[in-house]
Design a protein around this ligand. Structure first.
Ligand SMILES: [Fe+2]
Length: 311
């Protein structure tokens, strides 16, 4: 079984002009998009030892490098958490050159949970045909087709267990592209936007009760609490064309997840929706945004690579 080995964790002090970044997840898309930051960070890295960097230092940039092993050295079951898929199930479905398809990603994992925006009805047919729904699960986001969800779907929210790892999941988010989806749907004669995309108020109340009863150590959701989502959104904006009118507008889901966080802070909170790998620690919680067609493995101790000493 392939696994992600412990990440090479290389903290370096961040020059003041880059302080708004605070965290960089080093990957091909980052280095090709902001080469000046890459050069600066590498030069700093060459001069700086990470040993004197305090956890949580706001002026530290974290460079992460993922490297895959052929073998899982610990011989332990792995739960792979996968970001948005958007119908890119097979290699020929993948848009872009750097990403692995969903089918390739799950091939290296005993168990997986995909955190929403899996795809449409045709996607679910592919899952039904090719993917073991007992080991590879998902819950819907805002770009899933709620009228055709397959058995691989975990549901709306609640405590769950997969690969021996217990977690609490919460589906849903608000679509920023709702008007576009509605128009395209009218043009194509298909439903492309679903009003179920966010939990209803009564579902949120039920979810809150279940969450407080479970007091989970690990939370998986499609979107994130408001402040966390704002950070992840700002980071993701760096990979898009400049748009001075773009603004983060918190949704009912963001507010709901904030309420949950205020009442109980888990040890690890992983989410998708914002399409770029990003991580941030606040208080006892490590927040991890898993990018589109990206993934991170949780080991049998419920830890993600590179963070054991910092949890
Ligand atoms: Fe989404």
């Amino acid at each position: 079984m392939a696994a992600t080995d412990p990440i090479r964790f290389q903290p370096v002090h961040l020059p003041s002009k880059f302080r708004p970044l605070r965290f960089i997840l080093r990957c091909p898309c980052v280095t090709s998009t902001i080469p000046s930051v890459e050069r600066e960070a590498n030069s700093l890295l060459a001069k700086t030892s990470g040993e004197n960097v305090l956890p949580g230092d706001p002026d530290v940039v974290y460079l992460w490098r993922f490297r895959r092993n052929e073998d899982n050295e610990m011989g332990l079951p792995v739960l792979r958490i996968i970001g948005d898929v958007h119908s890119q199930i097979l290699p020929e479905d993948v848009v872009g050159t750097h990403a692995q398809s969903y089918s390739d990603i799950i091939a290296g994992a005993g168990y997986s949970v995909q955190v929403g925006d899996m795809g449409d009805g045709e996607t679910y047919e592919q899952l039904n045909a090719h993917v073991d729904g007992g080991r590879h699960r998902f819950f819907p986001g805002n770009h899933d087709h709620y009228n055709r969800l397959p058995p691989h779907c975990l549901g709306d929210f609640g405590p769950a267990e997969c690969g021996g790892i217990r977690f609490f999941f919460i589906r849903g988010a608000r679509s920023a592209d709702r008007e576009k989806l509605l128009q395209m749907g009218r043009d194509l004669g298909r439903i492309l936007w679903f009003e179920e995309e966010e939990l209803r108020e009564d579902q949120m109340r039920q979810a809150e009760q279940a969450y407080l009863a479970a007091r989970p150590e690990i939370v998986l959701s499609h979107d994130a609490p408001t402040d966390i989502a704002r950070h992840a959104w700002k980071f993701a904006r760096r990979f898009k064309a400049p748009n001075p009118t773009a603004a983060f507008r918190p949704s009912g889901t963001n507010a709901f997840l904030t309420r949950l966080l205020d009442r109980h802070a888990p040890r690890l909170w992983m989410f998708g929706h914002h399409h770029h790998d990003w991580r941030y620690r606040e208080g006892p919680t490590l927040f991890v945004c898993v990018g589109e067609l990206s993934y991170l493995d949780i080991d049998s101790e419920g830890q993600v690579p590179g963070t054991t000493m910092r949890m």
